[in-house]
Design a protein around this ligand. Structure first.
Ligand SMILES: Cc1cc2nc3c(=O)[nH]c(=O)nc-3n(C[C@H](O)[C@H](O)[C@H](O)COP(=O)(O)O)c2cc1C
Length: 221
């Protein structure tokens, strides 16, 4: 469908720049490569460069995606935080695998991480939870993520209730971490780096874990 205010959807097209990605520029370690691209995205002042589409397998077998924020990355994998009773958590319990897709649009890049998912330890979840601002910690208590609720007032009431239960103070755990809130680690089994190029001559490189080592292949765009 189109109207006179903008071009038809089919006409929306962006001409990519002439950037190329060469094998010789890539690290042998995909996490190092990911770090280099993530740093580029931060330096390019892309808003929320740590935002990614996290896809899980729906309980009905249909893919299930949502945006979450990556909060750390290391040789172990990528870290995210969420509600352990949410839809995504139930899906991860049934099938602990996921894909994380980053779009760094201004750099004409995407990175795609796939692998198995593990829960972080309580102490790792604590470490991040207690670094969050007061209202985010209250929000973790107030939201029964992914459940049906009657209206917005219901949520406001819950925020008020937990603000009363856990008044703000200098104590680290003035708002304790709820048992139902914590982190997951996505342990990569493959990581793809995609660089857009003019004329649809994009570059794709895919690292695949093979035991302790990684193979690297160029894929057709
Ligand atoms: C930019 C952005 C960042 C988000 N970050 C998170 C996050 O880090 N953790 C989280 O649980 N939800 C985050 N959300 C909300 C999720 O997209 C999603 O609505 C929520 O986690 C419930 O998903 P689920 O019902 O599939 O479990 C974010 C949403 C946006 C748009």
């Amino acid at each position: 469908m189109s109207d006179s205010k903008h071009p038809s959807t089919a006409e929306l097209r962006w001409d990519y720049a002439e950037r190329v990605l060469r094998r010789s520029e890539l690290s042998d370690n995909p996490i190092e490569q990911f770090g280099a691209w993530f740093t580029d995205a931060v330096d390019a002042k892309i808003r929320e460069p740590n935002a990614m589409a996290l896809s899980t397998t729906g309980l009905d077998g249909c893919p299930s995606a949502r945006i979450v924020l990556m909060k750390d990355y290391s040789d172990r994998g990528l870290t995210i935080f969420t509600n352990y009773e949410s839809r995504k958590a139930k899906e991860l319990e049934a099938n602990p695998v996921a894909s994380a897709l980053f779009l760094w649009k201004d750099l004409e890049r995407q990175a795609h991480v796939r692998g198995r998912v593990e829960k972080l330890s309580g102490s790792e979840s604590d470490e991040y939870f207690y670094s969050r601002p007061y209202n985010s910690r209250i929000g973790a208590w107030a939201s029964r993520q992914s459940e049906t609720i009657p209206n917005r007032e219901w949520l406001s009431e819950r925020v008020k209730k937990y603000e009363e239960s856990f008044p703000e103070s200098d104590a680290r755990d003035c708002v304790p971490r709820p048992d139902f809130w914590g982190g997951y680690l996505l342990v990569p089994s493959s990581i793809e780096f995609w660089q857009g190029h003019s004329g649809r001559k994009h570059d794709r490189f895919v690292y695949t874990r093979e035991g302790e080592a990684w193979s690297l292949e160029r894929w057709s765009p």
